[in-house]
Design a protein around this ligand. Structure first.
Ligand code: FES
Ligand code: FE2
Length: 448
């Protein structure tokens, strides 16, 4: 990278901005994150990726792992990933959660190759070492082959240092001194609470089958996009046009009508978290603003006939919460769905959409929820993923070094509340600037 390549301007780095002007070198990547742009190599350099796996998906970070409803009973287990690390989430006989790395302490094989199930112990398929679902080594076959000093208690499976949940959402960290999950979520808890409390009893269930998609691009492209209110009218034009051919298209079309000064807001929530609030664009309720979805008419009729008093309220629960909440680094709440970002390589990512149902409502509501949850991942997400892959391809022009995140700078759009939350227009790229401030902190290994 040359000075010349920065087009002659001296830009402040995010580190400088965050620390109020002091020139602090927060990480060896600091000169690649400026106030208004980031360097292409953050998306293309395997050295950056390797360090992210250690520090952003490890180190001091909390990483989203799963929802408690995916481990419904004692001895349930679920195979997930923490960054790239294969991990088994388990419940012991008392229902307590454990995160044990799916990596045999003998020669490194994964000990469990199933996605989910119920098991008190796991036997490694390679040489038969057996472990409890809490990680201890129970036994190795033919123990006479080991010396007298072989101490089983030394060869349990490595565990995630801390597992904590927030209202069903399970997070893990490798740090003993990271703050508690509610402290780290901070103002994001209010938004998560809103999303959970749409269910009359606060009961959310993740469905067993997930919608899994992979793209050939860096994981941060998904995070850049999740808080981006600038792109929908362009990226999702075919979806909006198709919907308007089928009826009056309302949902998401408002992103194009009043792009910068409309009623929707974007909030930077601290610690890299952010949210887009689409609710102000939904005059008259969520249901009436939905785009048409084939096959749901009969279900609407059924709900209106069976529950005439509560029909509007129930139908609003059928469709998304109208917020896009991004919890850094890998949890995205979109509509009624939980999306998880899994980094596979510097230019490969898996995105998994988990559909949810809720308790305390008639079953018809959950049936319609499933229909509405097929809509965006099938018709909208491919637009986004095509863009992620095309950004990754565009970044192969090595001479053009910078990715901009300057929209909203110098506009006076942003205003800060007492709790530190910054509110701005939904088309501001503040969400990127905010999470890169957190990214730089993580990559420097700074204490949270
Ligand atoms: S690698 Fe697991 S028993 Fe050998
Ligand atoms: Fe999108």
């Amino acid at each position: 990278m040359t000075k010349h390549s920065m087009r002659g301007e001296k830009k402040m780095t995010i580190g400088e901005t965050v620390s109020g002007g002091a020139l602090t070198e927060l990480s060896r990547w600091s000169n690649r994150v400026l106030e208004d742009r980031v360097h292409r190599t953050l998306y293309t350099d395997p050295a950056v990726f390797e360090e992210e796996i250690v520090k952003v998906f490890g180190g001091q970070s909390w990483v989203y792992l799963a929802h408690e409803s995916q481990l419904p009973k004692p001895h349930s287990y679920l195979s997930v990933r923490m960054g790239q690390r294969p991990l088994l989430l388990t419940r012991d006989r008392n229902g307590a959660l454990h995160g044990i790395f799916n990596r045999c302490s003998h020669r490194g094989a994964t000990i469990c190759r199933d996605e989910a199930g119920v098991a008190k112990s796991f036997q490694c398929p390679y040489h038969g070492w057996t472990f409890r679902n809490t990680g201890e080594l129970v036994g190795a076959p033919w123990p006479e082959g080991y010396g007298m000093d072989f101490d089983k208690s030394q060869f349990g499976l490595r565990k995630v240092n801390r597992i904590e949940t927030y209202r069903g959402f399970i997070f893990g960290t490798l740090s003993e001194d990271a703050p508690s999950v509610p402290d780290w979520l901070g103002p994001a808890t209010t938004w998560l609470d809103y999303w959970i409390d749409r269910a009359p009893n606060g009961e959310v269930f993740v469905r067993s089958a997930a919608y899994r998609m992979g793209y050939r691009g860096n994981w941060k492209l998904a995070y850049d996009n999740a808080g981006d209110g600038y792109h929908p009218s362009f990226s999702h034009r075919s979806l909006l046009e198709m919907a308007s051919r089928m009826g009056e298209s309302k949902d998401m079309s408002y992103f194009g009508r009043t792009p910068d000064d409309g009623p929707m807001r974007s909030y930077s929530l601290g610690n890299g978290h952010s949210v887009i609030d689409q609710r102000p664009a939904h005059e008259g309720g969520f249901w009436v603003n939905q785009r048409p979805q084939p096959g749901r008419e009969r279900l609407e009729e059924e709900i209106r006939a069976k529950y005439p008093e509560r029909a509007d309220e129930l139908l609003d629960l059928c469709v998304g919460a109208q917020i896009n909440l991004s919890i850094f680094p890998n949890l995205l709440i979109i509509g009624n769905q939980i999306q998880v970002i899994e980094p596979l390589a510097v230019n490969r990512t898996q995105l998994t959409w988990h559909a949810t149902s809720i308790g305390g409502v008639p079953e018809e509501v959950n049936t319609v929820r499933m229909r509405t949850q097929e809509d965006f991942p099938a018709f909208g997400e491919p637009d986004d993923q095509a863009n992620f892959e095309e950004v990754q391809r565009g970044l192969d022009v090595v001479e053009e070094e910078w990715i901009l995140m300057n929209r909203g700078l110098g506009t006076g759009w942003q205003s800060a509340a007492e709790d530190g939350v910054i509110s701005t227009a939904v088309t501001d790229e503040l969400h990127m600037r905010s999470y890169y401030a957190e990214w730089i902190k993580r990559m420097g290994g700074a204490q949270a």
